[in-house]
Design a protein around this ligand. Structure first.
Ligand code: BG6
Length: 498
């Protein structure tokens, strides 16, 4: 399936929660003091000392073992098994088989030199019905994974939701279309934090709200991500997003209440970044205006970070803004210990003599891309995304880590299976220089997770698109580090872009 003409999540720039959630405050609530401003040390071009070098994956994209040890189906099992939904009918049934090969993958990470691994936990492995009885065998898998990481001195960073909602909750109350989901997500977060909180201290609640809450639902047509449902109105989609924000809030409270020790709670959003066409005061001001009013920022990031939908966004969405019940914004606006920024692309912006005071510039068909139709290469987006967010939320010291950054490669393996992915090296080098710039200027960027460690199940693209530093031969499961793996290894070793 060619994703080119489908809805792309990146192209849309432009009552109390149901009972049952473990929302009690207190316990081991641990909002850390804000990280001090990063300092670039070790000379020009280097990253801060103790910078988190990492790599990332997500459960449904790498684990496989879809029906093993009591895991229940998720909406991605249903979606990928529905004819016509993914390229070649590919599914995540086996994926990279990390469920069985986690020890080998931990060793690959250790050899790479990363000290941080971001992975996600499969909700339906822990709670096959989405709620109710915990499947302890599912929990045990994550204990094994985390122990293997820790043997190599790798710190685990767990995301609780990377798009794989238990199918049982989809069937029970239409999943994210119901506010009930927030309570169940809170309960799930509590169950996980209680059992794995001795080993995992770094949590992210949700990965990219807009990707599943907008991408999974088309207005009048099927969405191109699970559950792939059509809704009648834009407002219905924004209500789904709002339910996801409530779930984020419920999970933040639940993790803090259930965790046996100190922990840090963050989220990972692919918020939009705007690059001033020229770095003049007028265009920088334009980037600030565009930043807060944008869909993913004004209606997702701002409520999370400030407790308010952006006023400009609300003005633009009078007919489609979600209904907000009393207490919702308070629940959504939980203290965060850090913010994960998934950055792939962005938009150019400049000042304009119009009511909004800015215009975004078009990205034409021939604009350089990272081998995905939506992946316009715009390295400065990562710098401006780090810089603008603290200002927009009035949290200038909020620690930011790049929770994902990467591209698909166009390179084919040769007989030796080595992928000579110079395109990915070009991409990473350009973006990392901009991360380093942000750190050197004192913005609080504390880490970087490349997306992805492994080639994996690339959602609707199946196995046709490869984002890995390591090639996976999906017939044999053989892992072969690509040229970019060796390049990133050297970056980490020298703590500078090479
Ligand atoms: C990220 C997702 O946004 O993009 C990943 O978190 C995904 O799960 C990556 O693999 C690649 O893009 P896309 O369009 O396939 O989601």
């Amino acid at each position: 399936m060619n994703t080119k003409n489908q809805f792309s999540r990146r192209s849309f720039i432009g009552t109390a929660v149901a009972a049952g959630a473990t929302l009690a405050a207190g316990g081991s609530s641990t909002v850390a003091a804000e990280h001090p401003r990063s300092q670039s040390t070790g000379g020009p071009g280097s990253f801060p000392k103790d910078f988190w070098w990492g790599s990332a994956t997500a459960a449904y994209q790498v684990e496989g073992a879809a029906a093993e040890d009591g895991r229940g189906p998720s909406i991605w099992d249903t979606f990928s098994h529905t004819p016509g939904k993914t390229d070649g009918g590919d599914t995540g049934d086996v994926a990279c088989d990390q469920y069985h090969r986690y020890a080998e993958d931990a060793k690959l990470m250790a050899d790479l030199g990363v000290k941080h691994y971001r992975f996600s936990i499969s909700w339906s492995r822990i709670l096959p019905e989405g709620r109710g009885t915990v499947n302890e065998k599912g929990v045990d898998y994550y204990r094994r994974l985390v122990d293997a990481l820790r043997q190599h001195g790798i710190t685990p960073h767990a995301t609780l939701f990377h798009w794989d909602l238990p199918q049982a909750l989809q069937d029970r109350y239409a999943g994210w279309q119901s506010r009930e989901v927030a309570g169940d997500f809170g309960d799930y977060a509590a169950a996980v934090a209680k059992r794995l909180g001795d080993r995992i201290k770094h949590w992210m609640t949700i990965n990219e709200t807009s990707s599943f809450a907008i991408g999974g639902y088309g207005v009048g047509k099927a969405g191109n991500k699970a559950p792939g449902i059509a809704v009648a109105t834009e407002k219905a989609r924004w209500q789904i997003v709002h339910n996801a924000l409530l779930a984020h809030g419920a999970a933040c409270q639940a993790i803090r209440a259930a965790s046996p020790g100190r922990c840090s709670v963050a989220t990972a959003e692919d918020y939009s970044s705007f690059v001033p066409l020229t770095e003049t005061p007028e265009n920088i001001a334009a980037a600030r205006r565009a930043f807060v009013r944008d869909n993913r920022n004004g209606a997702i990031l701002m409520p999370i970070l400030t407790g308010q939908y952006d006023a400009g966004w609300l003005e633009d969405h009078r007919a489609s803004a979600p209904d907000i019940a009393d207490g919702d914004l308070k629940l959504i606006h939980q203290p965060l210990d850090g913010l994960g920024f998934n950055c792939y692309t962005g938009a150019y912006v400049r000042a304009a003599d119009n009511p909004k005071g800015y215009e975004t510039l078009p990205m034409f068909d021939g604009y350089p891309k990272g081998n995905m139709p939506w992946l316009n290469i715009l390295p400065e987006a990562i710098y401006w995304g780090i810089r603008l967010v603290g200002e927009a939320a009035n949290r200038k010291n909020l620690p930011i880590f790049i929770s994902e950054n990467g591209c698909a490669d166009g390179a084919l393996p040769s007989a030796d299976e080595l992928v000579r992915d110079t395109d990915r090296i070009m991409y990473y080098r350009a973006y990392l220089r901009q991360v380093q710039r942000a750190a050197a200027e004192g913005y609080p960027v504390i880490g970087y997770f490349s997306w992805s460690l492994l080639d994996n199940f690339e959602w609707a693209c199946g196995y046709s698109k490869r984002f890995g530093l390591v090639r996976v031969n999906f017939k044999t499961q053989k892992r072969t580090p690509k040229l970019s793996y060796h390049w990133y290894q050297e970056v980490i070793r020298q703590n500078r872009v090479v």
